[in-house]
Design a protein around this ligand. Structure first.
Ligand code: PLP
Length: 435
């Protein structure tokens, strides 16, 4: 990409599409984070993506660090994924009947992810969370569930809780429209705070069905688990007969082929997957111990179903993606790109004397403006959102598309080239000079 294509951007088409979209779609978007609410301004209307680049409706090019919010670990429009999709589409896309390819995807998932003995495909991470919760409650015959502040598990009613400072108290809903009793069985504890988890279990452990956790939190920016945190969750759930559910919708096949559970060597009872396993098409999955999975209908009494579950396009894109991720040095390459970005931001905070820190787990990364450390949601309250905003808009002008929210991770892909990274370094340094 020529540097000249990255400056002096017109956004007139995006602006006019935005006006139209707001008349027809609530808030102008089909998912809230796309709206630039945190940073202000008009969202880019995307025309197409190739490899690491995104092109907007005005013809501007950007190096993309959002990557569809995670699924596109190979980059946009990967030729092998397109070929697999093309072949699959020629044979039809939805049969409402079992297929050989979905068995192949299940095999690839069970082989790669340590906790998976059996897996059920669904259509989104949200559906995976719904099913995992239902399974945990049926399995333990208990109702309460524990989640962590700042972790996101899709828009499932019982998980839509933002805990206030009294994290051990009953939860406060994060959305209107929830029936009054919905959150009675939800408990929220600060991420990385094992002592609070222990205290809660001492009080209510016998009635807690499960802990659901992002093993690396990545929906409040990236916050890796402190040493001993995941091990502690495993020990506590075992001691109290509760289930441990890893939400690996984001970390699955991103941190390693076996996700965070392989990286940290801790096995959950149930695991939720999504994003990468559909290669950019809609998908989700819940899997785990076969005795628990046997509770699912039609084998067992826990009902779960889906018209398009395991549809052949998502499955084809998923199988093609996972096969590419099986090649040599994939995760080493992603790690090296992650290290480059981490060093870039750390270096810029230091060079400019701007307070800030960088958290990273493999190819997931977050620079936090204004913070000395980011270990839990509480730490993020001191974030310098104004500086993030200036950084975001300055980066757009430099042809760099970073997440339009300070609470989201940057996503790298295999398609980010050395040239992209060098250009990113150049752009980020220029933007830091304006902060
Ligand atoms: N779990 C995690 C960790 C996620 O990051 C997300 C989405 O970003 C979800 C669940 C929900 O997935 P979906 O948006 O596919 O419903």
């Amino acid at each position: 990409m020529k540097t000249s294509t990255l400056s002096k951007r017109s956004h007139t088409k995006s602006e006019s599409l935005w006006e139209k979209a707001k008349r027809l779609i609530p808030g102008g978007v089909n998912s809230p984070v796309r709206s630039f609410k945190e940073v202000g301004g008009v969202p880019l209307f995307v025309e197409k993506g190739f490899g690491s680049k995104l092109y907007d409706a005005d013809g501007n090019a950007y190096i993309d660090y959002v990557m569809g919010w995670g699924p596109l670990i190979l980059g946009h429009a990967n030729p092998e994924v397109i070929e697999a999709l093309h072949k699959a589409f020629l044979k039809g896309s939805a049969f409402g009947a079992p297929t050989q390819q979905e068995v192949e995807l299940a095999r690839l998932l069970c082989e790669a992810v340590p906790s998976l003995e059996k897996v059920r495909l669904v259509n989104s991470g949200t559906e995976a969370a719904m099913t995992a919760l239902r399974l945990a409650r049926a399995c333990t015959k208990r109702e309460k569930v524990l989640k962590f502040q700042g972790c996101y598990h899709g828009h499932v009613d019982q998980m839509l809780v933002e805990a206030g400072s009294g994290a051990l108290t009953h939860s406060v809903p994060d959305s209107a429209g929830l029936p009054s009793g919905t959150l009675e069985t939800t408990r929220v504890v600060p991420y990385n705070d094992l002592s609070k988890v222990k205290a809660l279990f001492e009080k209510e452990g016998e009635t807690i069905a499960c802990i659901m956790v992002e093993p690396v939190a990545a929906n409040m920016g990236v916050i890796p688990p402190k040493p001993g945190f995941l091990e502690g969750l495993r020990d506590i759930t075992k001691a109290y007969g509760s289930l441990l559910i890893f939400d690996e919708v984001l970390t699955g096949f991103r941190l390693s082929k076996g996700g965070a559970q392989e990286k940290y060597g801790i096995t959950s009872d149930l695991t939720m997957l999504g994003k990468i396993i559909g290669g950019g098409l809609p998908i989700g999955a819940v899997g785990g111990r076969s005795d628990i999975m046997a509770l699912l209908s039609p084998e067992g009494p826990v009902y779960q179903a889906g018209t398009l579950s395991g549809n052949s396009l998502s499955v084809a894109a998923g199988v093609a993606t996972l096969n590419i991720l099986s090649r040599k040095n994939v995760y080493e390459t992603l790690e090296a790109k992650g290290i480059f970005l981490e060093n870039l931001f750390k270096g810029e905070f230091k060079r400019k004397g701007i307070p800030g820190c960088v958290n990273r787990a493999g190819s997931l990364l977050s620079p936090f403006f204004g913070l000395g450390k980011a270990e839990c949601f509480q730490n993020l309250k001191a974030m310098d959102k104004e500086m993030h905003k200036t950084f975001f808009h300055g980066s757009l002008e430099e042809g760099l598309y970073f997440p339009p929210s300070p609470f989201e991770a940057f996503f790298l892909s295999l398609s980010h080239s050395e040239e992209d990274l060098a250009r990113t370094g150049e752009g980020v340094r220029k933007v830091f000079d304006t902060l």
